[in-house]
Ligand binder design. Structure first.
Ligand SMILES: Cc1cc2nc3c(=O)[nH]c(=O)nc-3n(C[C@H](O)[C@H](O)[C@H](O)COP(=O)(O)OP(=O)(O)OC[C@H]3O[C@@H](n4cnc5c(N)ncnc54)[C@H](O)[C@@H]3O)c2cc1C
Length: 375
């Protein structure tokens, strides 16, 4: 019997496998696809914090700021000292998986988990590997299998109710400001989320998200801004934007998207996923040495809720208000925040991983914004 089976070789799963194998445990890492990192369903924007966890050269570029377009067509420019990284997401996932292998994990690609059963002293995972049905036991299983997690379904019985559906195109086009991401607000381009365009020389990533509805019509409106018949690739997937009610059972944990550990305002989940796996692997290591693993694994749930979870909770409240803001209100908010003073606050305190700090600072300086949101 293995010590740990990790299901899903995305960044969260591979990072957990890396940490656990490095701690000396036997780890199987199952990945349903034939290639780690594919298909790419991500824009790849991350803060520099990710580099503290993962050694990677899979960097397409960096951006310094954002141009935020309001429904009226007016735009605001914000920027940060710390540049935001744009990853080549497929090779980034391979980098993390290579770390897991380097630490001694046994990776199995083309191995799709189809059911997970938790027993008193072990977990049984049934999976189809290269077409053959197999079964394996482990003392602990990590659900790192993304938004449609089998672990979450079979062991937790939880459904993901708050999902942003997305569509993203790689387009042969350019963005005027090559050093900034474009963000599009308002009902032409999104329902309750935002549209985006990320520079990349002659190939840009254009996408939009839609909260609890299809992104299709909004993507049609957005993509024409960058020319017709220029689409090189179409991707799209759901983003879970609320954390699961609980993140551990007796012998399993959920990390990353599987646990809904994703930033509700931006849909970013690479940093939060790796962060969750870092915390999870610490407690799994402890639990594997203990005869009451559930007690130890519960500490994982608690630590997530008292660290990154606090931020995600605040952001979820803002997101539920944000998702109902009308175009007129957005334009009123533009008028309220486009002063030099407020832009300066945003530039100094903006943080893509912890946005609540800047939101609170801006609201303190201009509480009328709250009123505008409701109107
Ligand atoms: C359009 C779009 C744009 C995004 N842009 C950004 C961004 O710019 N920055 C950011 O931080 N985040 C972004 N995200 C979110 C980010 O992609 C996810 O939060 C991140 O991938 C979560 O990592 P994960 O390892 O938890 O899950 P995933 O990356 O989803 O990995 C799960 C892995 O499990 C595998 N798997 C699934 N089911 C099984 C099974 N049954 N058996 C075996 N393997 C299985 C999958 O193949 C996959 O490899 C974006 C998402 C979308 C949809």
């Amino acid at each position: 019997m293995k010590d740990v089976i990790v299901i899903g070789a995305g960044p969260s799963g591979s990072f957990a496998a890396h940490r656990l194998a490095k701690a000396g445990f036997s780890v199987d890492l199952l990945e349903e696809h034939r290639e780690v990192g594919k298909p790419v369903e991500c824009t790849g924007l991350v803060s520099q914090r990710v580099l503290q966890y993962v050694r990677t050269k899979s960097i397409a570029g960096t951006v310094r700021g954002a141009n935020i377009f309001f429904p009226s067509g007016k735009s605001l420019h914000i920027e940060k000292e710390d540049r935001t990284i744009v990853l080549f997401r497929d090779s980034f996932d391979k980098d993390v998986a290579a770390m897991a292998i380097g630490s001694g994990s046994n990776i199995r690609i083309n191995a799709r988990a189809i059911s997970v059963k938790e027993h008193d002293d072990h977990v049984t995972v049934r999976f189809r590997e290269n077409g053959n049905l197999k079964e394996e036991d482990a003392r602990i299983a990590v659900g790192a299998d993304g938004i449609n997690s089998i672990v979450r379904r079979d062991v937790y019985g939880l459904r993901q109710k708050h999902v942003v559906s997305t569509l993203q195109y790689d387009m042969a086009s350019r963005i005027e400001d090559e050093d900034s991401v474009n963000v599009y607000l308002g009902s032409k381009y999104t329902h309750g989320f935002f549209g985006w365009a990320v520079p990349g020389g002659d190939i840009i990533r254009v996408g939009t998200g839609s909260y609890r509805s299809s992104a299709r019509q909004y993507m049609d409106n957005l993509s024409v801004r960058f020319g017709e018949n220029r689409v090189l690739a179409i991707t799209g997937a759901g983003i879970p934007i609320r954390m699961a009610e609980f993140l551990n059972t007796r012998r399993t944990v959920l990390v990353g998207d599987a646990g809904g550990i994703v930033k509700p305002l931006s849909g970013g989940g690479i940093y939060t996923g790796i962060f969750s796996s870092d915390v999870a692997s610490k407690y799994i290591s402890e639990a594997l040495e203990d005869d009451r693993p559930e007690k130890i694994l519960r500490k994982y749930d608690r630590e997530i809720r008292s660290t990154i979870g606090k931020e995600l909770k605040k952001d979820a409240i803002v997101q539920s208000i944000y998702s109902r803001i009308s175009d007129r209100s957005f334009d009123r908010i533009y008028n309220m925040i486009s002063s030099e003073k407020i832009i300066d606050v945003i530039n100094r305190s903006g943080d893509i991983d912890y946005p609540s700090t800047v939101i609170i600072k801006v609201l303190i300086r201009n509480p009328g914004i709250l009123y505008s949101m409701w109107k």
